[in-house]
Design a protein around this ligand. Sequence first.
Ligand code: DGL
Length: 264
Amino acid sequence: MNNTAPIGFFDSGVGGTSIWKEVVQLLPNENSIYLADSRNAPYGEKSPNEIIALSRKNTEKLIEMGAKLIVVACNTATTNAIDFLRSSYPVPFIGIEPALKPAATNSIGKSIGILATKGTLSSELFAKTSGLYASNIHIIEVVGEGLVKLIEEGKKDSSEMETLLRNLLAPMLKAEIDYLVLGCSHYPYLTPKLKEILPESVKIIDSGEAVARQTKRILEKFDLFNISGQVSKHKLFSNSNSEVLANLVGEALNPSIEVSYLEF
Ligand code: DGL
């Protein structure tokens, strides 16, 4: 494997760029390619078999494009398809799961909220993780129905979003949660709005930093660090409206970032 090959990322859409940003920040010497499968978003409403089929399609495209390692920047795809991907393709995979463990361990009131897709909350992997780390905790699980659609439409800061979030968070406020786990890679883009709605004492956690650290560990383990010293390049592709993607990653401000439309 060529060490200058890019790290590959995929998500059901633009949300996984919240993870991509953390990885790029921690590993500034690495090249990257990112596939936003926005045409098929949201994954959260699909069956496990459909999610596996879409994850295979994205993985095969990334391998064809030369990815040396793949970050599944989507909780829904990870919780439903990562075992299948790991046993089917010869590249290392990093997955992303809701950060239940730190929230459950640190919660003082033993009441935490999790906002994620239906596909993640109903997965076997999620059931296993919550059984392992959060069996003595009151977990308020809320399906973030409609959130991904608005983010994909570039409406993360809209009043429509605010109304939707207030409705979704109401049961969590009632249960006096002290941690909110963001179990979907689109949701970190909602953090400013979530902070406006939740009391200051509620801590909001996502999995971005943990994924970046794990990516670094795996590159080290397989001796895959890019040590070429060349300026890194980031190529992001959307199979739908690439403008929303370009805005979220700040293409206009950074010459090393290139966003374009791609059929995949
Ligand atoms: N960004 C995704 C996740 O982390 C999927 C959202 C969706 O497509 O429903 O779960």
